[in-house]
Design a protein around this ligand. Structure first.
Ligand code: HEM
Length: 148
């Protein structure tokens, strides 16, 4: 496993990312942009489903925000994976990194279940879970930068 992570760090693209003055900060900024869009879209969607926001029709509002959340999540995964690859061995040894991945996994499963379920009461419960999980992912991500 260590050898695999080591060779990931040695890929030409990842070495360029590490040595370029501009590349890493740009990838990091795109990660933050994606996270902002993702968390905003998800929270607005959850608040609409729970009933805190009532002024807009639920279906088109949720459909639009779900699309934004999916694109933002894809960008967060791509940029996150690039940053991970720069210091793959170190991140892989950090429990906090795996806590963050576990929380993302839980939030992702919750999101899929939310999209598949039809009963309004069940959707409200999952929206409540989502409101708790995504900010926890955000917090874990922010702390990761501090403890490395
Ligand atoms: C598979 C998906 C993801 C991976 C592999 C990943 C990986 C990373 C890595 C390696 C860093 C750099 C940490 C450092 O500064 O040393 C980071 C930063 C961060 N991540 Fe992610 N991430 C992912 C998704 C997410 C998501 C979905 C969120 C939030 C909803 C998130 C929130 C953050 C935050 C807040 C930071 C700190 C940014 C900063 O202050 O510079 N990440 N992530």
């Amino acid at each position: 496993m260590e050898a695999l992570l080591g060779s990931l760090e040695q890929l030409a693209l990842i070495k360029a990312l590490k040595t370029s003055f501009f590349a890493y900060p740009i990838v990091n900024a795109l990660h933050i942009l994606a996270i902002g869009a993702l968390v905003t879209a998800v929270l607005l969607m959850d608040l609409r489903v729970i009933g805190v926001i009532r002024s807009l029709d639920e279906q088109p509002f949720v459909r639009l925000l779900r699309r934004v959340a999916l694109w933002a999540f894809a960008l967060a995964v791509l940029t996150g994976a690039l940053m991970f690859a720069v210091r793959a061995t170190e991140y892989a040894g950090m429990p906090l990194f795996w806590i963050k991945m576990g929380l993302i996994g839980l939030a992702g499963v919750n999101f899929v279940a939310f999209s598949l379920l039809r009963q309004p009461s069940a959707k409200r419960v999952l929206a409540g879970v989502s409101i708790t999980l995504w900010p926890l992912v955000l917090l874990a991500g922010r702390f990761l930068g501090f403890v490395l």
